[in-house]
Ligand binder design. Structure first.
Ligand SMILES: Nc1ncnc2c1ncn2[C@@H]1O[C@H](COP(=O)(O)OP(=O)(O)O)[C@@H](O)[C@H]1O
Ligand SMILES: [Mg+2]
Length: 387
């Protein structure tokens, strides 16, 4: 008897394009697992394989004691017999059915008439604040309401596993926060098992009991959010979870240096996969961990100070988002508005700036061109800095 959901060696390709590549996952009963990765890395395909909507070439999928897919012995339980709930990015409500009929649907196909009679539909609608909307059609609802109805439909039959495919992506920022918080509260209350797919790091951190960070059809890191946040295993993960600042380092006779020639003591940094004799490395750190100073005198003891020049700044209310350049590299930071407003407003691009960081903020990785390319692409993804 096991309460885990297990995916092992899952492989799915289209023609020669291997989209899911011998992927392993283990989900505890009641766990909210977030699958995080950039567009095209295979998240939706993985989810569709779990749901039984795609047939993988290889691997096994077990839901607790039940084998639902086995590539070797050709077990392939059809989607409607896997007892899953699904919530899609596009809501996917049936337009010709009322909210009541939409929510009722999973109960009907499972012959759970007793639940319908006992008010399960009304209760599910109530859960997502849609009790007053039961007789409306989807076209008469806002996007946020439609997605809440879709969540109710996904949960109403108490499925073994609930799959969410970027359900918040089509909502505007305010609604996104509302529905996210509602999903989080529902999970805390009902304790269903979930796999939630997103490309948004702040969603992932907010919702996940564990995060699986995906890269090219494989899981790159599988860990609690706090561990991923503090100890990304690769530059790829670091870039994806908000460590937007990147410094190329090289080892000279007297130790490590930035490309601008500033020396950096890596004693207090977290170093991963760097060979003793390696001469090139990459440091990643968060904009929150870079400080702006009015002069060198203000640099805290133990910090690495860098001479930089101003590139640009943007006002953000309590803070400014500031971009500076050191050598060839651009770094971003968040400066307290009260403290820096006057000086920043008087500065032109190119003005000299002093910035510093604590070496303990650095995550250092072996320089890897493939990772650097991937990381550059990721930096172009609009991911909010995880506060
Ligand atoms: N039905 C399909 N036929 C061919 N290629 C597909 C199909 N579905 C997905 N792909 C390809 O698989 C890759 C991963 O897609 P997907 O799983 O949708 O990624 P994600 O959800 O992470 O954005 C993409 O390159 C996509 O073009
Ligand atoms: Mg997708």
């Amino acid at each position: 008897m096991t309460s885990k959901f297990r995916v092992s060696g899952l492989t799915k390709s289209y023609g020669t394009n291997v989209v899911v590549d011998q992927l392993d996952l283990e989900i505890e009963e009641g766990e909210f697992l977030v699958l995080l990765g950039p567009s095209g890395c295979g998240k939706t395909t993985t989810l569709r394989c779990l749901a039984g909507l795609e047939t993988p070439q290889d691997g096994t999928i077990t839901f607790k004691d039940r084998m639902v897919f086995d590539g070797q012995s050709h077990v392939n339980v059809p989607a409607h017999k896997r007892n899953i709930g699904m919530v899609f990015q596009s809501y996917a409500l049936w337009p010709h059915m009322t909210v009541r009929k939409n929510i009722q649907y999973p109960l009907k196909v499972r012959n759970m008439k007793q639940d319908i009679d006992r008010g399960a539909v009304e209760a599910a609608a109530e859960m997502v604040d849609c009790a007053k909307l039961l007789d409306r059609y989807p076209s008469q609802l806002s996007g946020g309401q439609q997605q809440r109805v879709a969540v109710a439909r996904g949960l109403v039959a108490h499925p073994d596993l609930v799959l969410f495919d970027e359900p918040l992506s089509n909502l505007d920022a305010r609604l996104r926060d509302q529905v996210r918080s509602q999903i989080h509260q529902l999970h805390q209350k009902l304790g269903f098992t979930a796999v939630f797919v997103t490309h948004d790091q702040s969603e992932a951190f907010a919702l996940g009991d564990r995060l699986a960070i995906m890269k090219s059809g494989k899981i790159e890191q599988y860990d609690a959010p706090e561990h991923v946040f503090e100890n990304p295993v690769s530059e790829y993960v670091a870039a994806f979870i908000g460590m937007g600042n990147r410094l190329e380092l090289r080892r000279g006779h007297d130790g490590w240096m930035t490309s601008a020639g500033d020396s950096i003591d890596l004693q207090r940094a977290t170093v991963r996969g760097l060979a003793d004799k390696g001469t090139a490395a990459v440091a990643r750190f968060r904009p929150d961990d870079l400080m702006l100073h009015r002069s060198m005198n203000e640099v805290p003891a133990g910090n690495v100070a860098l001479h930089a020049e101003l590139v640009t700044y943007e006002y953000g209310g309590r803070h400014f988002d500031v971009t500076v350049k050191t050598g060839t590299e651009e770094l971003t930071l968040r400066a307290n508005a009260q403290e820096h407003s006057v000086a920043l407003r008087e500065s032109k691009p190119g003005a000299p700036m002093v910035v510093s960081f604590s070496p303990s903020a650095l995550r250092v990785f072996a320089a890897d061109t493939a990772d650097a390319d991937a990381a550059r692409q990721l930096a172009a993804v609009p991911a909010e800095a995880a506060a």
